[in-house]
Design a protein around this ligand. Structure first.
Ligand code: SF4
Length: 494
C-alpha cells in the first residue's frame, strides 16, 4: 500500500545508544541535518540513518546552517516529487555557499524513493549533491561518506534489502536510550502487488520480511528504552511472512501475538495494509489482543469494480464489504481509515458515485484522499481517458466533504467516554500535554510534564476539528495494565 503521505518533517532523532553517545562526546562532533518527506517508513529510516552515523561522530541538529552533512530523505508519492527535491537542493546550495564563505564544508546527500528513482540524474542536475543513496543501502552510509570525503561523487541504489535488514538486526543488539513513548519498527519492505498507479514496487523492490527473531529483539530493546507503543511498518505490512527460528513462516497476526507478550509494550499498531492480505489470524488478533489498538488503515482506493480492476487491486467492492464485516465482528469499536484516489483514468460519474456509496456504507473514522496523478513508469500514466483536472478537483471536494463529516461524527461519538491515552509530548501551551487515543486521534489535556510516557485514563470532554480534548481522571495510575478495559463509559471508571 502507499504509506500514507504525511506532512514533511525535519527529523532530529534522539535515539543514540550510550555507546554511541560516548563516541560522540569523545570525538570532534559533526552535525547531521535530516529532512524527512513522506511516510512513517521514511521517519523510521531517518532514525536508522542517524543511528548508523552516530558512531562516526555525527549528532543530529535541527539547524541546517549548522550541519556538516545534510540529507534529504525523499518521497516519490507526491506529484512532481523530483522537481520539489531539485528546488530544495537549490536552497541548500545557498546555505552551502554561505558556509563555504566561513571556511566550513557541507556534504549533501539525497536518500529515499526519489534517490532510488532518479539515481545519477540527481548529481547531474544538482552538482552540489555528493551522495545519492537508495533505501536499501543506508547501512553503508559510513563507507559511502568516506568515499565522498575522498573527493568522489557516490550513487548507491542497489536493491540489497537482506543486507539492510541484517544490519538493522545488529543495531538492535546495542542498548538504546531516549526513545519517545511511541516509535516505529519496520518489519517488511517492498511490494509485489503492482497497482497500476503506484511507484513503490519500482522504488522499494520486491516484498521482503525481517525475521521474527530480529523484530522481537528490536521490540524488546525499544520497550527497555521506554517505548510504550510500537507501530509496525511495511509498504504492505499485512503481507508480512517472516521466518521464525524453527524455520516456520509467521504471518502478521502471529507476530503481533508474540510482540503482545513483551513486558512494557502496551500498545501495538501496524500500517499500511492491503485488503487481500487481511487473513483470519490477523482479524482475530484484533479481537484477542488488548494491546492491539482499535484502528486499521485499510485503503480501498475506489468503490468501482471497473476501476479496482484497472488499478490491479485484485479484489471487488463486495469482497471489501465482506472483509469490513468480518473485521467489525471481531472488533466492533475499531476506527477504519483508508486512502482514496479520484480521477483514475476512465473514471466516470457512475464509478465515482460507486466510491461515494462505498464510503457511505463503510463509515470511516478518517481517510486520506488524492487526485490521481500520473507517475512516470507506471501503467496508469499511459492509460487512455485521463480525467480532466477540473473534474478531479470537483470529485475530490465532494469526497472530502463526505469523509470530513464521517470523521466529525466518529470523533463526536467519543465525547463523554473514558479511554486510555498515551501521553507523548508537550503541547503548544504551557501545562498542555498531547497524547494519543486508542483510535489514533490526538488528545490534548492539561497534565504534569512528568506524566509524558505514561498511559492515563482520560475523559473526552470536547471535540476539536482535528483533536480531542480530555481531562485526567483523578486517582487513576498509569494504565500499563493490559487487563484494563480499553474503552469504558463515563462513570464506569474502576
Ligand atoms: S503497489 Fe499497491 S499495494 Fe503495493 S505499495 Fe503500491 S499501492 Fe500499495
Amino acid at each position: 500500500m502507499t504509506s500514507r503521505p504525511e506532512a514533511e518533517q525535519e527529523t532530529t532523532p534522539s535515539a543514540v545508544s550510550p555507546a554511541q553517545d560516548q563516541t560522540v562526546k569523545g570525538t570532534n562532533t559533526r552535525k547531521v541535518f535530516v529532512r524527512t518527506y513522506g511516510c512513517q517508513m521514511n521517519v523510521y529510516d531517518s532514525e536508522r540513518m542517524t543511528d548508523v552515523l552516530a558512531p562516526e561522530g555525527f549528532e543530529a541538529t535541527d539547524d541546517m546552517e549548522d550541519a556538516d552533512l545534510v540529507i534529504l530523505n525523499t518521497c516519490h508519492i507526491r506529484e512532481k516529487a523530483a522537481e520539489k527535491v531539485y528546488s530544495e537542493l537549490g536552497r541548500i546550495r545557498k546555505v552551502k555557499q554561505e558556509r563555504a564563505r566561513h571556511g566550513k564544508d557541507m556534504m549533501v546527500g539525497v536518500a529515499g524513493c526519489v534517490a532510488q528513482a532518479e539515481g545519477e540524474e540527481i548529481s547531474r542536475r544538482a552538482p552540489i549533491v555528493d551522495l545519492v543513496v537508495g533505501p536499501q543501502s543506508y547501512h553503508q552510509l559510513p563507507g559511502l561518506l568516506s568515499k565522498v570525503r575522498n573527493g568522489n561523487k557516490v550513487v548507491e541504489t542497489e536493491f540489497d534489502i537482506d543486507a539492510k535488514f541484517d544490519h538493522l538486526s545488529a543495531r538492535a543488539e546495542r542498548p538504546v536510550m531516549k526513545r519517545p513513548p511511541a516509535a516505529f519498527l519496520t518489519v517488511q519492505e517492498g511490494c509485489d502487488k503492482f497497482c497500476t498507479f503506484c511507484v513503490v514496487p519500482y522504488t522499494r523492490g520486491a516484498e521482503v520480511s525481517r525475521s521474527v527473531e530480529q523484530i522481537v529483539a528490536e521490540a524488546e530493546r525499544m520497550a527497555a528504552a521506554g517505548v510504550r507503543e510500537v507501530t509496525l511498518l511495511g509498504q504492505n505490512v499485512n503481507a508480512y511472512h517472516g521466518e521464525a527460528k524453527d524455520g516456520s513462516i509467521w504471518g502478521l497476526g502471529r507476530l503481533l501475538r508474540r510482540l503482545a507478550d513483551i513486558d512494557g509494550l502496551d500498545r501495538l499498531r501496524y500500517t499500511t495494509s492491503h485488503p487481500r492480505d487481511m487473513d483470519d489470524d490477523l482479524i482475530l488478533a484484533h479481537r484477542d489482543l488488548k494491546s492491539l489498538m482499535p484502528y486499521l488503515h485499510l485503503p480501498v482506493q475506489s468503490g468501482s469494480d471497473k476501476i479496482l480492476k484497472s488499478m490491479n487491486r485484485r479484489h471487488t467492492r463486495d469482497e471489501y464489504f465482506r472483509l469490513i464485516d468480518r473485521i467489525r465482528e471481531a472488533a466492533p469499536d475499531i476506527a477504519l481509515s483508508g486512502d482514496f484516489i479520484v480521477g483514475f483514468p476512465d473514471e466516470t460519474d457512475q464509478d465515482f458515485a460507486d466510491t461515494m456509496d462505498l464510503i457511505r456504507r463503510v463509515e470511516y473514522g478518517s481517510a486520506f484522499s488524492f487526485k490521481y496523478s500520473q507517475r512516470p513508469g507506471t501503467p496508469g500514466a499511459t492509460m487512455d481517458n485521463q480525467v480532466p483536472e477540473d473534474v478531479k478537483s470537483a470529485r475530490l471536494a465532494e469526497l472530502q466533504a463526505l469523509i470530513s463529516g464521517q470523521q466529525k461524527a466518529f470523533n463526536a461519538s467519543r465525547r463523554g467516554m473514558v479511554c486510555d491515552v498515551l501521553l507523548e509530548k508537550k503541547g503548544r501551551n504551557p501545562g498542555q500535554i498531547v497524547g494519543k487515543s486508542p483510535w489514533l486521534q490526538p488528545v490534548q489535556l492539561d497534565a504534569a510534564e512528568d506524566l509524558i510516557g505514561s498511559i492515563q485514563a482520560v475523559e473526552i470532554v470536547e471535540i476539536g476539528s482535528n483533536s480531542l480534548f480530555g481531562q485526567l481522571i483523578a486517582g487513576q495510575d498509569d494504565h500499563a495494565n493490559p487487563g484494563l478495559p480499553r474503552l469504558r463509559s463515563k462513570g464506569d471508571v474502576i
